[in-house]
Design a protein around this ligand. Sequence first.
Ligand code: DAH
Length: 354
Amino acid sequence: MNQALITTIEKQALETLVAIKDKETLMRWEVQFLGRKSELSSMLKDVKNLTPEQKRTLAPKLQGLRQKLVTELTLKQVEIENNARDWEGERVDVTAPGIARPVGHLHPITQLENEVLEIFEALGFAVADGPEVETEWYNFDALNFPKDHPARDMQDTFWLKGGGAKIKKNGKTEAERLLMRTHTSPNQVRFMEKNKPPFRVIVPGRVFRNEATDASHEHTFHQFECLMLDETGKVNVATFKYLAETFFGTFFGKKVTIRLRPSFFPFTEPSFEFDISCVLCDSAGCSTCKQTGWIEIGGAGMVHQNVLEAAGYPKGKYQGFAWGFGLTRLAMMKYKITDIRQFMGGDLRFIRQF
Ligand code: DAH
């Protein structure tokens, strides 16, 4: 073994390597120059039989050569792999314009809901939520609806098949029939159960009615419940009227007059429906207000003591008002939409306008 032999091996290995263009030949090259039976390997094995002097000079040379061949092998492997790749197919035109991703936005009803919530929050109201699948108790009984009230009919309410829900009322657990809530009012009782007056709260939500649809009726729409409760004597109809005037005045950005008309709801006493002065024609008379100068908005009233009792409050201790109205109706007014079915119809040409 001598220096000349090492140089020869190196020269031979590198020269053959340069010409290699495929994996198989490269593998053979590896066996020939780096394999167990290669000349280099047997020389490395023989190092232990060398004189100390030879060891000092030749051993590092042998190691160095081995290292060099391993490195060259790796480089060659990468080269062969790169050549085999279909670069043309992978070509990316970095100057091509990108594909615009469609960006969605909030549904007009959600936008309006947020607007309404903001105004109420500024007036110190909390915002609560409740289930869309409701029990008969919260939707009707607790709200003082008589057992034979027509609103419970198949024609008005979507009843759900299957077993009822077990709920606690007056300390007893009872099974209740399930339905799609027909209004947001059940949340009055739900909120009262978990909170203690004084409080003021609003509950926006989707409600469902089992009815034929037309331009002004939809089976699914959005409502808004408002409840303000305090000890007896502190909150009255005047408080409600002031709040309604403040809210609608802020919402429409102009002074609005509220008109109350006597009405009936099982869960309020006294009950009334309320109108606002027409904001479109300033009460001069237009098609929206049907030439009356007033627009019907919703229902309200002083919470019936039976409802407070159903929520677990002692009768007579607290007093307050409840108020509900259709967000969808408000949206129709604001955007001058004449067909309610467009909101839930899923037609993006309509939705994209907002
Ligand atoms: N829940 C009623 C409905 O869906 C609306 C309503 C009327 C809500 C009077 C109230 C109220 O809170 O006091 O028609």
